[in-house]
Ligand binder design. Sequence first.
Ligand SMILES: [Fe+2]
Ligand SMILES: [Fe+2]
Length: 195
Amino acid sequence: MKLKESKTFLNLAKSFAGECQAMTRYRFLEYGLRKEGYKCLAEIVDNVAYNEFTHARMFYTKIQSADNAVTDNIDICSGYPFKQKWDITENLRLAAEDETNETERIYAEYEATAREEGFGDVAELYKNIRQVENCHRLLFEDLYNQMKRGTLYSKSVKQKWKCSACGYEEENKEAFAVCPLCGEKQGSVMLKLND
Ligand SMILES: [Fe+2]
Ligand SMILES: [Fe+2]
């Protein structure tokens, strides 16, 4: 079967559209975080957005390499989430939800279809991207829980907090509200993930 005549070809186009949207949703989230002063958290989300850009680039590359032919247009019919509002905590929860859906349902199905249709390289791409999306899910679940419980900068035991701007370190249960060395606000204190 030629890639251009397969279901996998359409799935690649849907996936490209989905990754572009995921990237933009994370840019919305990053925008909100920067506005609220969560500088380090915004940088973490910026990195995830860049991952989604790279996933989009990889799907696009597969489409463009199909049967050495030019692809002018692909008609797709697909559904995408439009749940996000301008609420940071809720958007972290929804990000984890979208990543779960992508990993366990959508890309799992596309991976199986690619394998059935004989496109092993595309199936491997889906497998590898699913692994990343699962890491994104765990990251967003962690950030959501920390945000909801108010434990991003407040822990039950003492730990080291580091200012991302100047490198100043301090051991305490609570992160410093203002860096005593450079005056950066708490949003510049580096975050502890998965604890
Ligand atoms: Fe992705
Ligand atoms: Fe992702």
